[in-house]
Design a protein around this ligand. Structure first.
Ligand code: BGC
Length: 252
């Protein structure tokens, strides 16, 4: 079954039909730049463009959002326009696209994809998927089930919101080398480990492509730490999974 997935990020909005049997995008993805300011209306229009690039949508559409999403309503907006707070975003996006849209947190989507098709496949203990980018996103699983909307990127670490110190944005903005950044990430993971005792951390986000540069430098973490496998497409695949799970089953 092919379902459409859209990943709404701070810099780009990208989407593709997803082959849910393989956990892969079924066609080359299409991306538009995230409008500035990224108001709900402007983003909804961009999502419509991404979906319509592939023709009129036939089935369900899933979309990720970089904040807390409860029952289709976006509750927080750490790194996007504050107009999203309290917005019935599923309704807004569905209206723009013309079919129902299932919305979920971006890290939760990436986590679902990694647990089903990627680095967390078959793991039944506590697994924490962390995405490093503009912010730090988290997805917590136990027995393969997701606890949605955990916001572990905002844990306080040495008096700071952790993502302001250990995200890849912090690395870029402060010009940190791999060694200095890995120290911060290690301290952060050790803190999360102290709270949750996971058996596995899966490290996602664009930086997972450069895992060999920093995973060997992490100190103070006893859980296994591995890079995400789906990398750039995890959000799109996870969004499509959520849409498929939410779609009513139609008898043949
Ligand atoms: C948000 C999370 C999001 C993460 C990654 C954080 O700032 O609060 O909801 O998953 O960034 O985008």
């Amino acid at each position: 079954m092919n379902v459409f997935g859209v990943d709404i990020g701070g810099s780009g909005i990208k989407g593709a039909p997803v082959d849910l049997e393989r956990g892969e995008i079924a066609e080359e993805r299409f991306k538009v730049l995230t409008p500035r300011p990224a108001t709900p209306e402007a983003v909804a229009e961009a999502v419509r463009q991404v979906v319509e690039h592939f023709g009129p949508p036939r089935g369900s559409v899933g979309a990720t959002f970089p904040g807390v999403v409860v029952d289709g309503t976006t509750r927080t907006a750490a790194n996007v326009d504050k107009g999203w707070i309290g917005q019935d975003a599923a309704e807004l996006l569905g209206g723009a696209v013309g079919v129902p849209v299932t919305l979920l947190n971006d890290a939760d989507a990436a986590g679902l994809a990694e647990m089903t098709y990627g680095a967390g496949k078959g793991r039944t203990g506590t697994v924490i998927v962390l995405t490093f980018g503009t912010g730090i996103g988290s997805a917590v699983f136990t027995g393969g089930r997701l606890v949605p909307n955990t916001e572990l990127g905002h844990l306080e670490l040495r008096g700071h919101d952790a993502e302001t110190r250990a995200s890849t944005r912090a690395k870029d903005e402060e010009g940190l080398n791999w060694d200095r950044w890995a120290k911060r990430v290690g301290r952060y993971l050790a803190h999360v480990e102290m709270l949750f005792s996971p058996e596995l951390f899966v490290i996602g986000g664009g930086v997972s492509r450069k895992a060999e540069k920093f995973l060997p430098l992490l100190e103070g973490v006893s859980a296994e730490v591995v890079p995400a496998r789906l990398q750039n497409n995890a959000g799109i695949v996870g969004a499509a999974m959520a849409a498929a799970a939410a779609a009513p089953v139609v008898a043949a």
